[in-house]
Every structure is written in C-alpha cells, then in structure tokens.
Design a protein around this ligand. Structure first.
Ligand SMILES: [Zn+2]
Length: 313
C-alpha cells in the first residue's frame, strides 16, 4: 500500500495521478475530458482512476472538485459545473468501488493546501490563498491546519461581501469581491464605461479578455488602467478583512488574472495599506505568486489524502 492517487476535476478535464510516498512527481497519470455538461462524469472519472490503479498498492484517493460540497461527508452538494451531481456521495461511491478511503474538498481550498505543503507557502503556518480567474476562490491554512469549517463550507473568500448594492456576483448575490475583481467583472466594468461614453483604444466586445485589457493598459490606455486599479482597490478592501480575520504571514495569489502583475497589484497594495485595521498586520507579510500553476489542485488533493491517512494511523 504505497501509492496515493490524486484527482483534479476541472471544467474541461479530469486529471488523475498516482504518487509514491514523499514524492510530488507522479509515477503515472491520466487525463480525460470532464465535459461536465455531458452525462457520465462519474463513469469517466472511474475509468480514469482505473488507468493509474495498481492492485494492492493504493492507500487512499484525494479529490479536488468544484464546490459547493461537504468534505466531511464526501458529498458534492449542487455544483453548477456538474448538474448531474446533485447531493452526490462521491467519496462513498468511490470507496465502494475501489475499497480505499476517499477524501475530497473544493478546488480552491486544496490549491491553498497544495501551495502550503509543496509550493510558495512552505515554512508558513498561517496562509491565505486567493485564485483570481473567472471567479475568485480562497483557501486558508490557520495554525498548520486547513480551515474547512463546521459544514465544510469555510474559506469562500470570493464571496466576501464588499458592497450590498454592488454588481451581481457569479453566485447571484450582489457586491461580493468576485463581482469587483474577477476577470469577467473587470471586463464588465470596462465595457460599461465604454458604453457610457468613455474613450479607449479598444472596442466594447463581450469576448474581451483581461489579457487584451492588460495589453491596452500597458500601452497607456487610461480606461483599461482604471479598470484594473478599481479591481485592485476593492481587492485591497477584501484582503484587509482577511488580514483582520486570519492574520496570515503570507498571501498567495494564483489564477490567470493575477498574471497581470503591477496593473492590479500596485493599486491593490496601496488600497491594502490604506484599509488595513492595524499596520502591524503588514509587518513581514509576504505577498507571493502561486508556485504550482495548473498542478495546484492535483497536489492539494495529494496533500489532503496523505494528511488524512496520517491522522488515521
Ligand atoms: Zn458571490
């Protein structure tokens, strides 16, 4: 019983990898389409696990999945990404199938866990991880433990309320930090300003991405610059709240939007310094880029399975 299997269920792909003890380099891996809108996700997942399975060798399976989910019960609640998984007992079904313990948590929590164990957050005991892409996800390590909460719904940092009268969030409520600082929110604000008559070198376009916006901003486009600095301003407010709650020694930023760099992070840091409750929170605070890239979920699932297995021993 030496292998741990890690699974990352993404919007387009399911990735599965098997790891020997103390290694983060897989001995085998397999990738299949998740096509979450197409029925049969569970069967595709099962087949993918069989591809890396070795009889008698596997000790546990860890899974990073889109939420909301209940990590304590191993149940997917009602993730909008996979409509057929409604109150779906994923861990129990896989345990029945493969005969090993199965642990799961949401992808952002596990990306945070992965960064802590194997990435940018090693040596830290209190960590806040934020991924900024089409949405905003969060993961928190507090005093060397993954914060999951009573219901397993903890650390939904993207849905921190900033302004109840603010724009609509991906979740349907108003004014969460995701509605100000996710990629689509930045583009939405930019398009709204164009429609209101502001000038830019770019045309209003629903498929505009933050990469194009960043290019325009770097070329001096003042509207594009202001779209990022507005997002950075609100991100600073959200993170000031996170510092007051979690008091981390490191903030780690992942996700595509965080790749824009200073356009977002200069105004973010200015805002954070202005909004933070006490300047002592900023002493020795490390602000780092995520180190694991696309492997964060997979390595977080690996870390979760190893940690839970150690607890049982
Ligand atoms: Zn929300």
């Amino acid at each position: 019983m030496t292998l741990t299997i890690a699974v990352d269920i993404g919007g387009t792909h399911i990735r599965v990898a098997a790891y020997e003890p103390n290694s983060t380099v897989p001995v085998s891996h397999h990738r299949t389409q998740s096509l979450a809108q197409t029925p049969g996700v569970y069967d595709r997942l099962m087949e993918a696990i069989k591809q890396v399975w070795q009889d008698g060798q596997v000790s546990a399976i860890g899974i990073a999945s889109p939420g909301p989910l209940d990590p304590h019960a191993g149940v997917i609640l009602d993730t909008p990404n996979i409509p057929e998984w409604d109150n779906f007992p994923l861990a129990a079904k896989l345990t029945e199938q493969f005969g090993v313990p199965v642990y799961l948590d949401n992808d952002a929590n596990l990306a945070g866990l992965g960064e802590w164990r194997y990435g940018a957050g090693r040596e830290h005991h209190d960590l806040v991880y934020l991924t900024i892409s089409t949405g905003i996800g969060g993961g928190v390590i507090s005093n060397d433990a993954l914060l999951q909460g009573y219901r397993g719904m903890g650390a939904e940092l993207g849905h921190m309320l900033i302004d109840p009268n603010g724009p609509f969030c991906g979740c349907g409520k108003r004014g969460h930090i995701e509605s100000f600082a996710s990629g689509p929110s930045i583009v939405r604000y930019f398009n709204e300003q164009l429609d209101a008559g502001q000038k830019s070198s770019l045309q209003s376009h629903p498929n505009l991405g933050t990469a194009q916006l960043a290019e325009a901003a770097l070329g001096g486009d003042s509207l594009a610059i202001s779209a990022f600095s507005r997002a950075g301003h609100y991100l600073g407010i959200a993170v000031a709240n996170f510092l007051a709650i979690f008091d981390p020694s490191i903030l780690i930023f992942g996700g595509g939007v965080s790749q824009v760099g200073d356009l977002l992070f200069k105004p973010f840091e200015e805002s954070l310094h202005k909004q933070v409750f006490h300047p002592h929170y900023l002493d020795d605070l490390v602000i780092a880029k995520a180190a694991l890239g696309d492997d964060a979920g997979l390595l977080g699932a690996l870390a979760l399975a190893r940690m839970k297995s150690d607890e049982i021993k």
